[in-house]
Design a protein around this ligand. Structure first.
Ligand SMILES: [Zn+2]
Length: 166
């Protein structure tokens, strides 16, 4: 893409206007269908309680709106916030570019950028050699005094969440 076109279309007033338009459409579409909690996370509207037919996979990000039934873990919201950033960068080009990137999330560059683990497309990786239930090294308060034991930080081995579009 030529530099001038890139400057006009990407991360620009044009792209943000497109994102705002998509946000407006998504709110008008999703809010009446939402029977769950509606709240904002870092500027992203999260509309819960939508019927399954109203979004793709586990949830759909349109503009600054995340439409879902109840797929709202911290990891998923972190993933969706990256998609919001993609919408802001590409504006109304984003749906086209996303589609061209392919339906397979594992090779779709936008899903890869948003994080396949956070999006529930791949299992969380554990560090090689790590053992579940291993005790982490004792933390100190800087004066050599051990602090209260930190909570176990190993990642849960939960089944894959349903994937989602966008
Ligand atoms: Zn995604």
């Amino acid at each position: 893409m030529p530099r001038l076109l890139r400057r006009v279309l990407l991360d620009s007033p044009v792209s943000r206007a497109g994102c705002t338009f998509a946000t407006t459409v998504a709110l008008c579409y999703g809010a009446p269908l939402s029977i769950g909690k509606i709240h904002r996370v870092d500027g992203m509207w999260v509309l819960r309680g939508l019927p399954k037919w109203a979004f793709s996979r586990g949830g759909t990000c349109v503009g600054r709106v995340y439409l879902t039934s109840n797929n709202v873990s911290g990891a998923v919201l972190r993933h969706e916030l990256v998609h919001v950033r993609q919408w802001e960068r590409y504006g109304m080009l984003f749906p086209l570019l996303y589609t061209l990137a392919g339906r397979d999330a594992h090779t779709n560059r936008f899903e890869i950028e948003a994080g396949l683990e956070d999006g529930g497309y791949v299992r969380r990786m554990t560090k090689p050699g790590s053992k579940s239930g291993a005790t982490p090294p004792a933390a100190t308060d800087g004066a050599g005094q051990p602090q209260q034991a930190a909570p176990q930080l190993s990642r849960p081995r939960t089944p894959l969440r349903p994937p989602h579009w966008g």
